[in-house]
Design a protein around this ligand. Structure first.
Ligand code: FEO
Length: 387
């Protein structure tokens, strides 16, 4: 396995995880990559490592360029094990290498995972000279762990952005311009929705700093490297992190005997007649990590469930729990569902939508047993009257 040169003297030495289909609850239908980068200068620096099972792949790719024991610095932009997992293998191969990490969270996190070492703690804007090139560290706490930082090489105008701007996307291509652009953006958007969205405020600040750097290349630790579409991904992040959708309806439901499903379809039709783009998802068919991507495009969120044993269906509860964690906020929401008796699910859903920080724009839509034509017409009128 060989290194791939991304710029004169700078190499991709990461790992390809073609078969990964679940990254702690996030479906990764196109696999994942763990990107690490090697800079050969008067000093040799490795930026990030890979997930532990891929340690051999990393060392093999490094060995295609230099003896790994020559590494002087290992920059750990992020403690999470998909980027630091190969540190034990590297510490064994190059015991004298200095591991550079953020102060104090990076040092604390790496020590907890791998024990004491000669860690070099860096603060925001600290720099490190490699010879002809230098590295500058920009801390990005809570994007998405407290220790996160990005590494900027001003002489090359490359930003090593770790998780930011990443995609869970495994290809044998390393750049945005030799990959399918639609697939890349689709995966970048899914990555943003599932990993970054809950830290939207911090994200908005960080993208401003990154934009001012005017990077020519953004090399994330997952997916392909941005070099021809840097402006596209920066604009997309700015848009996703700062704007509230002005249109669109996301309708999510599960159903037992199709009555809640009939209500969902009627709601979708009514929004369509109102001129709103609609995304309709049955939780039995679509994974929650795919559904939440549509939060980035929708002003309205409608969630429906029948009542089972005095509760909403577990699939709906799981969706609401996941969505609440992502903190989308600033959406108009309402609940709906058919019931036989009791009908507690509607109120429970509404409470969870409030906890998401949504405004409840419509009193819950509740129909007993099978919805009649008249009830569906009434429901449709309520949707059409939404502002
Ligand atoms: Fe790719 Fe937060 O780890």
């Amino acid at each position: 396995m060989n290194a791939i040169q991304i710029k004169d003297g700078i190499y991709w030495v990461g790992a390809l995880d073609w078969h990964l289909r679940n990254f702690h609850g996030y479906t990764t239908n196109r696999g994942a990559t763990y990107n690490a980068y090697l800079i050969i200068d008067e000093k040799v620096a490795l930026i990030d490592t890979v997930k532990a099972p891929f340690s051999r792949e990393l060392l093999e790719r490094i060995s295609s360029i230099i003896d790994p024991s020559r590494i002087d610095y290992i920059i750990s932009n992020h403690v999470e094990m998909d980027h630091s997992g190969a540190l034990p293998a590297l510490m064994e191969t190059c015991p004298n290498a200095t591991v550079v990490t953020s102060a104090p969270s990076g040092v604390k996190g790496l020590t907890a995972h791998y024990g004491p070492h000669n860690y070099m703690a860096v603060k925001n804007n600290d720099t490190l000279s490699l010879g002809k090139r230098s590295l500058s560290f920009v801390t990005t706490p809570m994007l998405h762990w407290p220790d996160n930082m990005v590494t900027w090489c001003p002489e090359e105008k490359i930003l090593f952005s770790n998780d930011a701007f990443g995609q869970h996307y495994c290809t044998n291509t390393r750049f945005d311009d030799d990959s399918d652009f639609c697939e890349t953006m689709q995966e970048a958007k899914k990555y943003y929705a599932n990993i970054i969205m809950c830290y939207g405020k911090q994200a908005a600040g960080a993208w401003k700093i990154v934009k001012e750097m005017e990077p020519e290349m953004i090399a994330p630790s997952h997916g392909v490297i941005w070099r021809s579409h840097v402006a596209d991904i920066l604009n997309a992040y700015e848009h996703w992190s700062s704007s509230v959708p002005e249109a669109g309806a996301l309708i999510v439901f599960d159903s037992m005997w199709h009555s809640t499903e009939t209500m969902a379809q009627t709601i979708a039709e009514a929004f369509t007649e109102k001129g709103e783009p609609v995304k309709l998802f049955d939780l039995k068919q679509t994974h929650i990590s795919d559904i939440v991507v549509s939060l980035l495009d929708c002003k309205y969120v409608a969630v429906g469930s029948p009542t089972l044993n005095n509760n909403m269906l577990p699939t709906v509860a799981a969706f609401l729990c996941y969505m609440k964690g992502l903190s989308p906020k600033n959406r108009q929401a309402f609940s709906f569902g058919s019931y036989g008796w009791g009908g507690q699910a509607n109120g429970q859903i509404e409470e969870e939508l409030k906890k998401c920080g949504f405004d409840i724009c419509l009193e819950t839509l509740k129909i007993q047993y099978i919805p009649s034509e008249e009830q569906l017409k009434e429901l449709s009128e309520k949707i059409k009257s939404l502002k």
